[in-house]
Design a protein around this ligand. Sequence first.
Ligand code: FES
Length: 121
Amino acid sequence: MSEHTVATVEELDDGDRKLIELEGREIALFRINGEFRAYTNWCLHQGGPACEGSVTGTSSAEFDRDELQTDLQWCKEGEVLNCPWHGWEYDIPTGECLSKEGTKLPSHPVEVKDGDVIVSL
Ligand code: FES
């Protein structure tokens, strides 16, 4: 496993991202809720540049079987990545794909050391 210093902590405010190339791979570094996350810029749908998409929230639906009503709630504002090709959604803090249950963006370990942000591949 190789370590790469990709940014300083001060370089990214909460909600920011930085696209980088490491060993020929496109990687996106996110700062979200004070934590750093690194994902390969590759959508699970058809390989689009998922990490370059807009950041929004998403809708959550609950169905009440007794009342036969659906309750829609807007949630996760600022934590959902939308792939620019066809709109698949990803939860930035976890990498979980919200459009296909049980799948995640490929992630990479991130460590903060002496003010530097280090990604391991
Ligand atoms: S390639 Fe990302 S949604 Fe289709």
